[in-house]
Design a protein around this ligand. Sequence first.
Ligand SMILES: *[C@@H]1O[C@H](CO)[C@@H](O)[C@H](O)[C@H]1NC(C)=O
Ligand SMILES: *[C@@H]1O[C@H](CO)[C@@H](O)[C@H](O)[C@H]1NC(C)=O
Ligand SMILES: *[C@@H]1O[C@H](CO)[C@@H](O)[C@H](O)[C@H]1NC(C)=O
Ligand SMILES: *[C@@H]1O[C@H](CO)[C@@H](O)[C@H](O)[C@H]1NC(C)=O
Length: 746
Amino acid sequence: MESQRSPLFLALLLPVTLYSCLLQCRGLPSANTEDIRKLYIVYMGEKQHEDPELVTALHHDTLASVLGSKDAALDSIVYSYKHGFSGFAAMITVLQAKQVSGLPGVRSVTQSRRIKPTTTRSWDFLGLSIKNPPSKLLHKAKMGDGIIIGVIDTGVWPESKSFRDDGLGPIPSRWKGTCQTGQLFNASHCNRKLIGARWYDKAVPRSVLKGEYRSARAASNQHGTHTASTAAGSIVKGRTSFFGLGAGVARGGAPRARVAVYKVLWGDYGGDTATLVAAIDDAVGDGVDVMSLSLAGGPATPNTAADSWASLHAVKRGISVVYGAGNDGPRPGTLTNALPWVITVAASTIDRSFPTVITLGDNSTIVGQAVYYRTKKGDDSFKELYYNASSCDEDTLNATEVRGKIALCNMGDDPDKQFVIAAVNVFRAGGAGLIFARYTTNILTPLPDLPYVVVDLESRFKILDYAQRTSREPLVKVSPTRSVPSDSFTPRVAAFSSRGPSAALPAVLKPDIAAPGVQILAAVKDSYEFMSGTSMATPHMSGVVALLKCLHPTWSPAAIKSAIVTTASTIDQYGIPIVAEGVPRKIADPFDYGSGNINPDRAVDPGLVYDINPRDYEEFKCFWDESEACKATQQPMYHLNLPSIAIPNLKSSVTIFRTVTNVGAAKSIYKAIVESPPGINIEVMPKILQFDDRTKVQRFKINFTTMHKMQGVYTFGSLTWVDGIHTVRIPIAIRVVIEELFADVQ
Ligand SMILES: *[C@@H]1O[C@H](CO)[C@@H](O)[C@H](O)[C@H]1NC(C)=O
Ligand SMILES: *[C@@H]1O[C@H](CO)[C@@H](O)[C@H](O)[C@H]1NC(C)=O
Ligand SMILES: *[C@@H]1O[C@H](CO)[C@@H](O)[C@H](O)[C@H]1NC(C)=O
Ligand SMILES: *[C@@H]1O[C@H](CO)[C@@H](O)[C@H](O)[C@H]1NC(C)=O
């Protein structure tokens, strides 16, 4: 049943799913579009009955009124959403979809869309060490015991040591989920760690299911095993490593939290939003506390993306929802999953370095970065260097000449894409290895079948200089990578991490925060492998959310998010500002990492929180209500009580309000410290907030006035409340727009 795909191909897909999509997303033949039945998602708001059967009956009646009979309705319904909210997904034509949208009780009808998936040392790096000195959060929070994390992904490999339940107490009694059986997955594959499993194959093309397990077991794509073990993997004793690299104790962020997996993504295909919504609905009904979603959809606005209302219903029930920001950085405005009620996570690097030594035929050495382990004897001996192809694409690489040699390839216009192309071409031509030259090196994909190393452009010139000077055949040797955890290595925002501003909701500052997402070692089948992506940053955040929920069970998802956001770090351990990888490399700003890099130990005790009643989200934006009445009362979203401020269109001045709730010592006095964006005057009133036994909540006013007439440029600042113990910092992004008719596309 295992997919026969080569490991090289699989490894290449994980962090750069975009390219697999470029290769595989063919346009559908256009036929008689009127008659074609497609999968539509019908949203009907809050469910009207507690009894799921009554809710389902309503769905059947609703659809029958358009299709003409109950049988036809039953035949076309694919999912009924009945636990967290009311709605259904059905195969209907575009005309029928229009008719359904006019029915009473129907709030929106949208077409289902494709979605795609977007550690050992990483936790120590966050200060959550199990060894000395003990982490405050990890131990205070009993390692997340009793909290249930729902991981919506590609399924799971249940035999992994990361899902052992040794020493765990009984399954929390409020758990209402199930261990759905299927191919090579029976009830005994669930335990007190992996407490639930469901799988959804109804809307997946039959061709995709070939080679997949028809169960919650992950097959060709182990992404879900990796993310679930990152969020809540048990502590695995002994040395866990990937061929000797990154050795250490493996564990997830909340090692005593429980995991429920929902398999909605299949192989390289991914899944669709109708299925994602079904999984969110089930997870709400099952009783998860945190939902971890390492996936992203195609272009859909928050108004039309079905998972946006599904996730809002989850948040209304106190469930925290965590999404990845996407892997389309460093280009600005590429961020996805920008909903104000979810936590949107960017990816940062961790303190691990993978130096790989290259020795040239004249015995000089150059150091690059790689994840390369010796596959065969002799791989690390001198080989002939092939350096005639610039980027090693089809036009420049001579397949005959590269056979048995190590190829030197250059990055071209798009380093990420070119790396994949070069690796595939050199591998297929029987090359002995790859030296890839590029400007930034933080995407290191393991290539089990091909020794490789990434070097900077200076090193490329040294190698070329040697090759052109030598009178003999140029030789080169790549030594296996060593792993050097180094205190001098500081966090950076990964180049691939999608950047703000949110094109869909510019008045919501996104991403919220950054967490480790580069070279994360976590479970893949019975072993451990490195993966990179905001997909890996997401479960890191979910693990921290689980720990905070354990400590503060009454806090709302907004309060937990606020605690995490307001305590993030913008500087490294030496007090130097965190850098964002990209072209050019620069000091990170809120569009790279939101409020900064996650700092779990400080999030335990944030002092003040910016809380939000979930009802407010809809008041500030007519998400699923296109009526003029709604639009007339609508206010800009920067008035939402978020722990960040983004004003995308400041004309002369704007005043907003924020409310903070004291969760620290009852008697405390906070003072405002403002760091104004250049050219913007910020006034906070009052500048001092006093709290006591009776005053827990304080409202304050912030007035923004532009001092310049510069058009269309974002500038950044922050507002911090300090009481001598806590620093409650929120980021600010402001764009001045003087002329109405303006586009930032010069
Ligand atoms: C479940 O599967 C395991 C391993 O595949 C097998 O050993 C066990 O007998 C099965 N249990 C049941 C109840 O079928
Ligand atoms: C490189 O070093 C090896 C081992 O030390 C030595 O045998 C060889 O002659 C050296 N080659 C050159 C070109 O210096
Ligand atoms: C590739 O290299 C071989 C051997 O050097 C040569 O015969 C052949 O013409 C080259 N092919 C191209 C397309 O240049
Ligand atoms: C903000 O402050 C400026 C300068 O003090 C003032 O002119 C403006 O009216 C204020 N704006 C609002 C909306 O209160």
